[in-house]
Design a protein around this ligand. Structure first.
Ligand SMILES: Cc1cc2nc3c(=O)[nH]c(=O)nc-3n(C[C@H](O)[C@H](O)[C@H](O)COP(=O)(O)OP(=O)(O)OC[C@H]3O[C@@H](n4cnc5c(N)ncnc54)[C@H](O)[C@@H]3O)c2cc1C
Length: 426
């Protein structure tokens, strides 16, 4: 049976609670942050820990956006391999971001530990699995780059990949020991809780409608109230819900959906990912799989579980699960949910300088747990200290991208056609 599509597992299993009210008064602050995902919450945590008066406004609830819906793979680096990053950003910026993002999973795990965030954190690494011979060639070349850039990544052959995944579907894999998995919604709510405990004022159900700069002060307006502050951070990414064209950013959207089983028996679990790595594959229409703390197997893929390809993505997920693990017969999904990924044309996240004393970041292109935490932390620090050399990437004055609607539609159509064809073959 096709389960309710907006049934997010992370909401069911979240041990970190958020219980904030809506903004009901006008306030002043040093820094106003708009958006309560990894970026906004980690910026709030950093800025309050530096002694600043911080207000965070979230339109829905903490973690409502990509941060509460993702796979939970805490990966090092960006989607792009290091060589490509250097080609796009040049040597100075490229080397800096490769190095910073290489350490970013450690930043995430250290914040979790320091603030006792109850988010199923597992530092067991990730496996990037070759879905084909071509995929294995790509991983071998990626491993060569890892050696050049001192990334501690190892290439596993088919035999070892079979044992590590519990599936015979792959040709090999890259293992990255820096990475791991988390319960992403709980991590996000834990960041907010830690920031609030240091004095950050957090308001949920407080959608920002308008932002103006008057005599050097930002006026951030909800339907009913205004926050005035010297500094502003917009952390809206794919979930930006702002009418003001001067402030909204341009990118295309990729939908990604996840399907989780009920907790599996210990017998079945003993052979699936016995070392608990998180996995994704080399296919163009990528898929992922991992186990959560209660022993659910979660399979994810590009495509909207609630869109026009709903039935096709669902049918693909069932068949894919059985092709990966043929001993899982007649497994039903008890949670199905989707999220939006903000994809920039070069797959590099952006920081836009909103005139003086304001920043906006977006475009993590599907890799935002460690990058969002790094960007949020660095932007919080840069705004409070006034020292923009803390930013992991140079801010740009504005970012323009064309045909984003068409690209969004093409991504979804491509995923649907691919899953329809694969469903026949699997
Ligand atoms: C399904 C899926 C799977 C993914 N898997 C992974 C993964 O395994 N590993 C990984 O590293 N990354 C992954 N990502 C990417 C990662 O989740 C995102 O890059 C990250 O969550 C972005 O965080 P953020 O804080 O910038 O934005 P978000 O978490 O999207 O937060 C933005 C917030 O802004 C709020 N907002 C919008 N407009 C307004 C307004 N007007 N006023 C007030 N608030 C507003 C929204 O409600 C939202 O809560 C995945 C993404 C998706 C969708």
């Amino acid at each position: 049976m096709l389960a309710n599509s907006e049934n997010n597992l992370w909401e069911t299993t979240c041990n970190e609670k958020s219980n904030y009210g809506a903004l009901k008064n006008n306030e002043t602050s040093d820094l106003t942050i708009v958006g309560g995902g990894f970026t906004g919450c980690s910026a709030a945590l950093e800025a309050t820990s530096l002694g600043a008066k911080v207000t965070l406004l979230e339109a829905n609830d903490i973690g409502f956006g990509g941060s509460g819906r993702n796979v939970g793979l805490v990966n090092a680096g960006l989607w792009l391999p290091p060589k490509k990053i250097l080609e796009i950003l040049g040597k100075r910026q490229g080397q800096s971001i490769i190095s910073e993002l290489g350490k970013a999973p450690e930043l995430v795990f250290s914040i979790i530990e320091k603030n006792n965030i109850d988010c199923e954190a597992q530092k067991h690494g990730t496996l990037h699995c070759a879905h084909s011979g071509k995929g294995m060639d790509y991983l071998a070349k990626r491993k060569d780059q890892a050696d050049i850039y001192n990334e501690p990544i190892s290439l596993l052959d088919k035999n070892e990949t079979d044992q590590r995944t519990g599936s015979t579907s792959f040709y090999g894999a890259l293992f990255d020991p820096r990475a791991g998995t988390i319960q992403p919604l709980a991590y996000c709510k834990g960041l907010a809780r830690a920031a609030a405990s240091l004095g950050a004022r957090i308001y949920t159900n407080s959608k920002v409608k308008k932002i103006e700069k008057i005599n050097g002060t930002w006026h951030v307006r909800t339907e009913t109230n205004t926050i005035k502050s010297k500094l502003l951070l917009l952390a809206l990414n794919a979930y930006q819900d702002i009418e003001d064209k001067k402030i909204s950013q341009q990118f295309s959207t990729v939908y990604y959906s996840q399907f989780s089983t009920k907790p599996l028996s210990s017998n079945k679990l003993s052979s699936i990912l016995p070392q608990k790595e998180g996995c994704w594959d080399t296919a163009t229409i990528m898929s992922s799989f991992r186990i959560d703390k209660s022993g659910r197997l979660i399979i994810g893929t590009m495509g909207a579980a609630q869109g026009f390809g709903k039935k096709i993505h669902y049918s693909w997920a069932k068949k894919k699960l059985q092709s990966l693990f043929p001993f899982l017969l007649d497994v039903e999904f008890d949670h199905i949910w989707q999220g939006k990924i903000a994809m920039t044309k070069d797959h590099i996240p952006k920081i836009v300088n909103l005139r003086e004393n304001g920043l906006s970041s977006f475009g993590y292109s599907g890799r935002g747990i460690a990058p969002g935490t790094l960007f949020g932390t660095s932007m919080g620090k840069a705004l409070i200290t006034g020292n923009y050399s803390f930013l992991p990437i140079d801010p740009i004055q504005n970012y323009r991208e064309s045909l984003t609607r068409e690209k969004t539609f093409a991504f979804e159509l491509g995923a649907t056609i691919n899953h329809a064809i694969q469903s026949i073959r699997l």
